[in-house]
Design a protein around this ligand. Structure first.
Ligand code: GLU
Length: 304
């Protein structure tokens, strides 16, 4: 299959269609992004790369980072991770509070904001310097030391983070946050601010398509059973209350963020990152979803 030809053809087709949706303007700094940006990068397990558009431009990966924070916690705590955060799709928005009362402060999954806050709490309890160790981990999986947090995005999100502040305090009231909410929120906003390009994101997530082992350094990040579990959570929970729709249309495990980025994994074949900042009503990249739907149709390859 000629991946380069297929991504270029699909890219041109999606580019010619309307660019609907809106920027994540609830975070002021994200509302300044050029909504016409559009990039794609595929990294394959046989060590090839294919890309087009704004694929080497860095953007705010936001909730895509929740895959990496989950993996860090999972490496530290193993199956105990699931005592404090579930693995069920929430069927609700990324920042929803509604299920937490019935579930007594245990978030449905690690990819909604409440779950990611509990994961940040686990990292704080188990690491000396969680921010630096987080960057080190991203550098290890991406084999790249040029990846940083954005102070501008952190400050911008802190100014308006009332919903996340409420979530964190609410979970704390049930005893499922060990550290101070301020510290947990600071780590959460910091990791969400990380800036990466499609190229960097696709390379960083390639180990999820390669049985948990990085291609560049052959480092085993997760064993194959753990890798399967992370991919399973991406499949069922990666797109908030549009996770079923993504499975239905794209047929790959994936994760989106309100910066307009999406990663998707084809186990044993490739990892792909797409970026287009305009979001649909559910908070997922409008063009990113369209592109991936058409791509897997063209390639006639999904995991199903
Ligand atoms: N930092 C964003 C928030 O907490 C992440 C949301 C997302 O990308 O889904 O609102």
């Amino acid at each position: 299959m000629n991946y380069q030809q297929v991504i270029e053809k699909t890219y041109t087709k999606v580019l010619a269609e309307k660019n609907l949706g809106s920027l994540a303007n609830y975070i002021p700094e994200l509302s300044k992004i050029d909504s016409k940006k559009f990039g794609v990068h595929i990294s394959t397990t046989d060590n090839k790369e294919f890309y087009t558009g704004d694929s080497s431009e860095k953007f705010s990966i936001q909730s895509v980072v929740k895959v990496f924070s989950l993996i860090m916690a999972y490496r530290l705590l193993g199956r105990n991770t699931w005592d404090r955060v579930g693995v069920e799709p929430s069927g609700t928005a990324f920042n929803s509070l509604v299920q937490l009362e019935a579930d007594k402060g245990k978030p449905r999954n690690p990819f909604i904001n409440s779950g990611a806050l509990v994961i940040c709490d686990m990292l704080i309890s188990n690491l000396q310097n969680p921010k630096q160790e987080f960057l080190n981990f991203i550098n290890t999986v991406s084999h790249n030391s040029d990846i940083q947090f954005s102070q501008k995005i952190i400050s911008s999100e802190k100014l308006v983070g009332f919903r996340n502040i409420a979530l964190c305090n609410y979970i704390k009231s049930y005893g499922n946050i060990e550290n101070s909410p301020e510290e947990v929120l600071d780590l959460y906003f910091t990791i969400c601010s990380i800036e990466m390009s499609c190229q960097e994101l696709s390379r960083a997530s390639l180990f999820l398509a390669n049985n948990g082992r990085t291609l560049a350094t052959q480092e085993q990040i997760l064993n194959s059973s753990q890798t399967k579990r992370i991919n399973a959570i991406m499949q069922t929970c990666g797109f908030y209350d549009e996770s079923g729709e993504f499975s239905f249309k794209v047929g790959l495990p994936g994760k989106s963020g309100v910066g307009g980025g999406i990663i998707a994994i084809h186990p044993s074949k490739y990892s792909i990152a797409v970026w287009s900042p305009k979001l649909n009503a559910k908070g997922n990249s409008y063009r990113g979803m369209k592109f991936l739907e058409q791509l897997t149709t063209q390639l006639q390859s999904s995991i199903f």
